[in-house]
Write a protein that binds this ligand. Structure first.
Ligand SMILES: C[S@@+](CC[C@H](N)C(=O)[O-])C[C@H]1O[C@@H](n2cnc3c(N)ncnc32)[C@H](O)[C@@H]1O
Length: 423
């Protein structure tokens, strides 16, 4: 059972996302700055992720349990954490109620009666409310209505599986740095540490259970990185060969940059418009013992960074809605708006247009997103092909994919890939 302080921390994290519109990653970073005990932070993080995964349903309950809007919106996080634990936790209900009341009252001294009444009322009405929630799409699927409608329209045969996958815990997959260690040797190292894993791709080992990164043998020495199997497809699909001049146009934090350099000796330029995120690319490459030329610049404005020498390969891992990775970032479901997808779409077109002239004749550009929305994927590629007679689309070998789209499933996240070849 989470300690009262873990529960309070979780409630504040949930509040930071839902009330202040901050990402859970940013809220967690701020929480870490307060130096909470590691176990307390881990428990709070678990609770906050759980609440955000199931927020549609929990909000449905809360709206029916509150007689009037909350006087202090800050209480919302406490109530959601309590409801989440009552419905999905394994602690005794009386303890959840008592601890939630205690944690909320420490922060909001007048809230005792209200929190107590809401949670006890939920206990009484749980079966009735759960049945009603099944009839409400937002509560049933734990996605905003616009998102559900979009996935239904885009994937008429798969929408339920796509939405349901967001409730699953994601797999933890490692990419073995084959410059340092073979997959077979690393599997033995894992086994020696009591960690069960199996090979799931040419570079990939998927752990039976997630573990803290620091416990992975040889992590600090660059033997492995944590990278989803879907993301690991990029390096192969870019189809590089030793000696090529390659641009990784949206590189940070450098997951794919590292993979490209592990696989081949390349003259690689890694670009990102966010200097802080670009620093993470440097850290990752240093750890892996690899190097690239790093530039903090707008990929959409080559005049500011390009020396005019054409690239053989370009990876455009474009900024996107991240709708394929919501099980890892459940806050994204509630923070993103339709207007965000519209502006991302414009940005994806702008980056594609700007980078195409940087590609040499016969060169290949791999367009990638971690989205499942057709508007960011197939529609962008079709529009681009319509504007550029010198571009053709290559067939990709991506088992189980739908025209370059990998939908999220137990093995990998949702990713889209399209390879454009220049005449
Ligand atoms: C999907 S992430 C890239 C993930 C990365 N390729 C990896 O595998 O670790 C998109 C990145 O694009 C960067 N970005 C957004 N707009 C950009 C622009 N106009 N020019 C360059 N980078 C940009 C963001 O800062 C972000 O780091």
């Amino acid at each position: 059972m989470a300690s009262p302080s873990a529960r309070a921390l979780a409630a504040e994290l949930v509040g930071a996302v839902l009330q202040q519109g901050r990402s859970l990653t940013a809220a967690l970073a701020a929480a870490r700055a307060g130096r909470p005990e590691a176990r307390q932070l881990a428990a709070a993080q678990d609770l906050a992720y759980g609440v955000l995964r199931h927020y549609g349903r929990l909000r449905f309950y809360l709206d029916r349990l509150l007689e009037r809007p909350l006087a202090d919106a800050g209480l919302t996080g406490y109530l959601l954490v309590g409801l989440y634990q009552l419905e999905r936790g394994d602690a005794a209900a009386y303890a959840v109620v008592n601890e939630t009341v205690a944690a909320a009252t420490r922060r909001f001294p007048k809230a005792r009666g209200l929190v107590n009444a809401v949670l006890r009322s939920f206990q009484r009405r749980q079966a009735e409310l759960a049945a009603a929630a099944e009839q409400d799409p937002v509560a049933r699927w734990n996605f905003p209505a616009w998102w559900i409608a979009r996935v239904q329209a885009d994937w008429p045969d798969h929408w339920q599986a796509i939405l349901a996958s967001a409730a699953q815990h994601p797999p933890m997959t490692l990419r073995v740095n084959r410059r340092r260690v073979s997959l077979a040797d690393y599997l033995s190292r894992l086994a020696a540490e009591g960690l069960d894993a199996q090979q799931t791709g040419p570079w990939a080992l998927t752990l039976a259970r997630p573990v803290p990164v620091a416990t992975l043998p040889g992590f600090a020495e660059g033997w492995v990185s944590v990278q989803d199997l879907g993301a690991q497809a990029a390096a192969g699909l870019l189809d590089c060969a030793d000696g090529m001049r390659v641009l990784d146009a949206c590189a940070a934090p450098g997951g794919k940059t590292g993979h490209l350099l592990e696989a081949h000796d390349l003259d690689l330029v890694a670009l990102d418009s966010d200097p802080e995120r670009l620093a993470r690319v440097r850290e990752n490459l240093d750890r892996l013992g690899l190097s690239a030329r790093l530039l903090a610049a707008d990929a959409g404005n080559p005049a500011s960074w390009w020396d005019g020498r054409p690239f053989d390969r370009i990876l455009l891992d474009a900024p996107c809605s991240a709708s394929g990775v919501v099980r890892r970032h459940p806050d994204g479901k509630w923070l993103k708006r339709v207007a965000d997808v519209e502006s991302l779409t414009k940005e994806q077109d702008r980056l594609l247009e700007a980078l195409w002239p940087c590609l040499g004749a016969g060169g290949k550009l791999l367009y990638a997103t971690c989205s499942v929305f057709r508007q960011e994927n197939e529609a962008r590629v079709q529009a681009f092909l319509g504007r550029h007679p010198d571009a053709r689309r290559d067939a990709l070998t991506l088992p189980g994919a739908h025209d370059g789209q990998w939908l999220p499933d137990p093995q990998h996240d949702g990713f889209f890939y399209a390879r454009l070849v220049k005449a």
